[in-house]
Design a protein around this ligand. Structure first.
Ligand SMILES: [Zn+2]
Length: 291
């Protein structure tokens, strides 16, 4: 028996001009005017996963799925897991419940028609399930979402619920239950440090990330990493934006592939569902959240 835990490998499938960092400069109405690179970049990630015989979870933007249906089918044929990343990549805490419900339904309908199965997983654009948008959990459960991965247990200027649990847990929403698998943090003193995803993966030196993630496995927990197709594309067109936005989007882009290769060699990865099942099977530390 392999004693090392399975960890979640997740990809938020969106193009470089759809990210939250540039949302103030780029209206979704103009997305069609940009050169799309999401298919080639996602293919590159798929190849990497194939080489390491690893299955992953792809949270796909409805807008991307509608325009590139073959990409969704290719991901599905590869045995990977597919979840929703919304349709229009809008911050949930800036939406009304009705607008969010419609956006979610549109994205799930599109994905379900392409793969012929119910969509059960969701990740919010920019982790935008925060204290003032907790109402969205009920909307997700009503849509049939069974596993959410949107609540980041950190302090951040755009997202996060600092006191939220760091291990997978269950939301009890009326008579429905929905699992939450939080993006991974490590605890140093009383602070939670994000590790293994997006800008944090690009920012931290490879050895620091690997050491921090190994401490999560060493304490007996699974971690998850998250990346975006544009993060494996150092040659993507440069966009205008604030200094902070450009730093967050462009820092160390050329390092992502090497870091992912190294992580894939060093750790065991699988879909988020399989990783969660393993954690549930362990039958420990999993607590229900009373609503
Ligand atoms: Zn996103």
């Amino acid at each position: 028996m392999d004693p090392s835990p399975l960890n979640g490998f997740t990809i938020d499938v969106e193009d470089y001009f759809q990210v939250g960092a540039f949302a103030g400069e780029i209206s979704p109405k103009t997305w069609d005017q940009y050169e799309s690179r999401v298919v080639a970049n996602t293919e590159r990630i798929l190849q990497m996963l194939d080489q390491h015989q690893t299955r992953a979870t792809f949270f796909i933007l409805g807008w991307v799925a509608e325009r590139y249906p073959e990409l969704v089918r290719r991901i599905d044929r590869g045995g990977h897991e597919i979840g929703s990343h919304s349709y229009w990549h809008q911050l949930i805490y800036e939406q009304t419940p009705d607008v969010f419900r419609e956006d979610l339904r549109q994205s799930c309908d599109c994905l379900e028609q392409l793969i012929g199965r119910k969509i059960r997983l969701f990740r919010a654009p920019s982790f935008s399930i925060v204290n003032q948008s907790l109402w969205s959990l009920q909307v997700l459960a009503e849509q049939g979402i069974e596993l959410d991965s949107s609540i980041f247990p950190i302090h951040h200027d755009r997202y996060g619920i600092p006191g939220a649990q760091i291990r997978p847990y269950c939301h009890q929403l009326g008579d429905r239950r929905m699992w939450e698998f939080p993006p991974t943090v490590t605890q140093i003193s009383r602070w939670n440090f994000p590790v293994g995803g997006g800008g944090y993966l690009r920012l931290y030196p490879r050895r620091l990330t690997e050491w921090l993630l190994s401490t999560v496995n060493a304490r007996g927990d699974a971690f998850q990493i998250y990346i975006h197709p544009w993060e494996v594309d150092p040659d993507q067109p440069r966009l205008r934006g604030s200094l902070k936005s450009r730093f967050r989007h462009y820092v160390n882009l050329a390092t992502t592939v090497g870091k992912l290769e190294s992580l894939l060699k060093r750790f065991r990865f699988g879909t988020l569902s399989d990783t969660l099942s393993q954690e549930i099977d362990k039958g420990q530390r999993l607590t229900g959240l009373a609503s």
